[in-house]
Design a protein. Sequence first.
Length: 202
Amino acid sequence: MRLRTVSRLVIGAVIVGFVAVAAIAATTARQNATTGIPAYEIDGGDLMQGLRAPNFALRDQNGRLISLRGQRGHAVVLTFFYTHCPDTCPLTSQKLRAILNSFGSEARKVTVLIVSTDPLHDNPSDAKAFLRRNGLTSWHFLLGSIGQLSKVWKPYGIGVTLSGKGPGHTAGMYLIDKTGREQVYLDDTIVAPALSQDLHIL
């Protein structure tokens, strides 16, 4: 678990770099003849075992009930943010936005789900503001009580420490394929070209 403070100037410079390299990607996948489950050759992160991703259902910023199972047929990026995060969360979201923008029409095949890590403070209004501020209005920012959210954090190995000043949380991200299987686990150090390739192969 770690939190970092990054100046706005540094964030801006890094985002420019991400945009410049976001379109650089190669794709490769091979089929496992024994199980019939795709076996992926990834460029970054940790390759998972292709297990079924734990299902959950939470309300998003618009009050719509969103379930992971309901995203079958789309690749899913599952990540964990809080609305008032000053550094890692907006930086990661901008990285993802730049990459998905580089996909053109193919971006419609990717669903981004953000699960709140701050049930004490996050609310629909702030979630909408976070998404609008970062140009992510088509994404789902999923909210809930401590009890509801902890049932999602735990099976995905996300550690959260709540405090009045904002939570500390694991900076984890999962890439889930179109059949609902976990394929790649990433942390916030992933670079744009590697993340772009990993998304392409899903």
